[in-house]
Design a protein. Sequence first.
Length: 277
Amino acid sequence: MKDELRDIYMQTEIPEELPGLVEGAIRRGTRRARRRRTAVRIASPILAACAVFVFMLNTVPTFAGALYEVPVLGDVCRVLTVRRDHYEDDKKNVDIEVPAIDVQLGGADWADSVNQLIQATVNAEVAQSEARAEEYYDAFIATGGTPEEYHPIGIDVDYEVYYASDEVISFAVIKTETLASAYETFHYYNYYLKTGEELTIEDAAGPDWRERAMSALVELVTNPGEGETYWALEDIDLNAVLDEAQFKLDSTGAPVLVFQKYALGPGVMDRPELTLK
């Protein structure tokens, strides 16, 4: 009996989509685990500031129903999960967690504008992925596939907070679209809390950031670490790479350049990062 079960297991065909599904699930799980760990580290400040929200939670049902968790809280700012959706059909499987920032400062109405921007961005990203799911499904059926054979596209919207202090906040909204592989789109948000002005890379890293980044990139590409693979230096347009780079703050508040996938190397390198000290 044991041998028969082993033979059945060994003969089971692994769907082509499985690696992508696993990759997407691991990334989502890792981000959410980091959010939970961050929440534990700052549990005491959370207890102190949650009193501000007691009135709203008790008197505004829609607010209470939308508030799912408080993953990050500084003395003057926190990021809330204000929308959580799941729906699916034969073409797609959608999970959405939308954040909003709440700034505990008088006159910080700018947060409302940022939250509206986040919601609009999420809506646009989901609509784009759902349209692509329709196209994939129609093409699959048109080329002889059946609905029973089709594996729905996974569409996941999540977020991650990288740094929060009394002065600035840095976080990202991330869409993961999964079919045969997992493809991620990042939207980074870096703001001064008191004014609502966007924190720029020049603000965070200084006016000479580009020269320093250029030198660091040359060193990175020409002297890769163990397990790292990059394109040949002469095949990389470093100026274009820097123009297209995004940035965030790490857990210490240091600026980190995030490069596009395939900008510096093959897909296995994912989205390389460079911390500017």
